[in-house]
Design a protein around this ligand. Structure first.
Ligand SMILES: *[C@@H]1O[C@H](CO)[C@@H](O)[C@H](O)[C@H]1NC(C)=O
Ligand SMILES: *[C@@H]1O[C@H](CO)[C@@H](O)[C@H](O)[C@H]1NC(C)=O
Ligand SMILES: *[C@@H]1O[C@H](CO)[C@@H](O)[C@H](O)[C@H]1NC(C)=O
Length: 343
């Protein structure tokens, strides 16, 4: 009997790859039939924003077809639009999901969406936060309410993180507010509003949506880009996207004005749709784009025919800097194989 050890030789090859070769590499992705794996479903009332919803468990969401993969292979996340509401405390069935994996400094996050939830009383968000709010920070990538036509980006932090007073490096979005501190203007956040057309609502849906990307690193701080369908850089959907070639971002929160390692700890990604509550339902906000009283809409299911996300994918990339590797190869006739290990 041959000894494996005796006939296995080890070939050691040594490669030095310079840091210049570092590219964005896929770490996690949410797509197709596995989209709903690895999320926690919040259940019960919307305790945080007092919206008129009842969040559903993973099993109940699937059985009511509030979460499913459609025939195009895209993930649908929606509000119940079939039940006629009853009673004074009725909460319409909806979804709030939080990723188990975290997104830390040194990340590129790309979402391709075909449709975002909209309609009077509808308040969707695609956002992230650390475990202890506001100390661990919050990054809002998609958020607006009712029949608004533009998406808004925002950060929420402890004191000391701001957006510069004017646009930076060609930033294309419109600055709405500059202090990210949660105690300024009732937790308004530092908001930049998208200026490219069709970034939200019926307009976004009419063009088949687009791609929204966020880069967060220690050199640049936090940047967010929006590309409407039809003008998406070709590298965005590949396994090696490169933001350096995308031009100026819509929103730019430079590291010089917000130390993103201090104000943000690793973030959990969240997708949710609430209804009315302390933003969409505030009378002055509601009446900007809708009429009457927000909560009067909740019991009527057809008000929610557009209250859904349709998402092609969400991909999380990180940069691996491989300084050196060695390759171990077995030349055993029965077990030829190689493994690569960082030194
Ligand atoms: C409220 O927010 C906290 C974190 O800030 C989260 O853990 C909790 O699930 C939220 N609750 C609801 C009902 O959204
Ligand atoms: C801001 O955060 C503090 C905790 O640091 C909290 O006590 C306060 O209520 C928050 N303010 C608002 C307006 O959310
Ligand atoms: C609910 O909304 C979907 C679109 O999200 C639509 O296809 C469906 O017809 C609506 N259901 C009812 C009962 O109106």
């Amino acid at each position: 009997m041959r000894s494996v050890l005796a006939v296995t030789s080890i070939a050691l090859s040594f490669n030095v790859l310079a840091a210049q070769g570092a590219t964005w590499n896929l770490k996690d992705q949410y797509q197709g039939s596995s989209f709903f794996n690895n999320w926690d479903f919040t259940t019960g009332i919307d305790a945080n924003t007092t919206g008129n919803v009842l969040y559903q468990s993973k099993a109940d969401a699937a059985s009511q077809k509030l979460t499913f993969i459609n025939s195009a292979g895209n993930a649908i996340i929606k509000v119940d639009n079939t039940t006629v509401g009853q009673g004074d405390t009725y909460g319409r069935a909806s979804i709030k999901i939080t990723s188990q994996a975290t997104i830390a400094q040194g990340s590129l996050l790309i979402m391709d969406a075909v449709h975002l939830p909209f309609g009077c009383s509808v308040w969707p968000a695609y956002w992230m936060q650390g475990p202890n709010w506001p100390n661990d920070g919050e990054i809002d990538i998609i958020e607006n309410v009712n029949l608004a036509t533009t998406n808004r980006y925002s950060l929420h932090t402890l004191q000391g993180c701001t957006h510069p007073a004017g646009p930076t490096d060609g930033e294309t979005g419109q600055i709405i507010s500059t202090d990210c501190f949660n105690q300024t203007n009732g937790n308004q956040g530092c908001i930049v509003q998208e200026t490219k057309p069709n970034s939200y609502g019926a307009g976004f849906a009419s063009i088949g949506g687009g791609v929204i990307a966020m880069r967060w690193d220690s050199t640049n701080g936090i940047q967010i880009w929006y590309f409407p369908r039809g003008s998406i850089p070709s590298d965005l959907s590949t396994t090696s996207p490169n933001p350096d070639g995308w031009g100026a971002p819509s929103a730019d929160y430079p590291q010089s004005r917000c130390d993103t390692s201090k104000f943000f700890s690793p973030q959990h990604l969240i997708l949710d749709i609430t209804l009315c509550g302390n933003f969409a339902g505030a009378a002055n906000v509601f009446q900007e784009t809708c009429q009457g009283v927000c909560t009067d809409l909740i019991k009527t299911p057809t008000n929610y025919n557009n209250a859904y996300f349709e998402i092609a994918y969400i991909r999380h990339f990180v940069k691996y800097v491989i300084l050196s590797v060695y390759t171990l190869c077995s030349t055993h006739v029965d077990y030829p194989s190689c493994t690569v290990a960082p030194l």
